[in-house]
Design a protein around this ligand. Structure first.
Ligand code: CA
Length: 231
């Protein structure tokens, strides 16, 4: 007996899913809001959560973040937005999979079964889900224009992003401050090379925040500049 919590505020979608899941012999509880879902998750045992991203009181991502504070149960997101950013965000905060609307209810039950079959979700959750797929500590997602450090999306400003990207795309190459200004700033004349140092400092802090020791990926070459080294 697999107990599924379905969190979906659109009645037509919810009804179709409840029916399909029950037909497939799942025991289904239906919640309409994020708050109701969290109350249910805190009080009852479930094996699986199907989570709409667009809920009336909070996003499905918020629900998942809160759920991950106390549970590793599998989460399947339902999203209306077919965006790469959503997908990555969803997996980063601990989702197991996502399905974009419109979908057929059968597709959902098949996906739930596949995730449950995969099992060992809990062990996988212990390590960062995205990092498991990547060997390099830093990963660039060109579509979303984001850089991930050990699977954690770095919250970078535009200049920090460009600066880190220049270093990342030219690993092992030493850049002077002037070269970095030229490559990462739209108007290099308006800033000084101190600006580069200040940004390197904040980028390192964000790397360290993502993973202890990751700040050492950016090395200082005294009297020369900076280089990113990943091995
Ligand atoms: Ca919705």
């Amino acid at each position: 007996m697999t107990r599924v919590l379905l969190v979906e505020d659109e009645p037509a979608i919810a009804d179709a899913l409840v029916y399909a899941l029950q037909t497939d012999r799942f025991v289904v509880t239906h919640a309409l809001t994020g708050n109701d879902a969290l109350l249910l998750l805190g009080g009852q045992a479930f094996d699986f959560v199907i989570l709409d991203v667009g809920l009336p009181d909070m996003t499905g991502f918020d629900v998942c973040r809160k759920l991950r504070e106390f549970s590793t149960m599998p989460v399947l997101f339902l999203t209306a937005r077919d965006g790469e950013i959503d997908r990555i965000l969803g997996l980063e905060i601990g989702g197991d999979d996502y399905v974009t609307k419109p979908f057929s209810p059968r597709e959902i039950t098949a996906r739930v079964r596949a995730i449950l079959r995969r099992g060992s979700t809990m062990e996988m959750k212990a390590t960062a889900p995205v990092a498991a797929k990547s060997l390099q500590p830093l990963q660039h997602d060109a579509v979303a224009m984001r850089i991930h450090c050990h699977g954690i999306c770095l919250d970078l400003t535009a200049h920090e992003y460009k600066l880190l990207l220049v270093l990342l795309e030219n690993q092992g190459r030493v850049f002077t401050r002037d070269q970095l200004l030229e490559k990462a700033w739209y108007d290099p004349g308006a800033v000084t090379d101190r600006t580069v140092d200040a940004h390197i400092k904040t980028v390192r802090a964000k790397l360290r925040h993502a993973a202890a020791g990751a700040e050492d990926l950016i090395q200082t070459r005294r009297g020369l500049g900076y280089v990113l080294v990943m091995d």
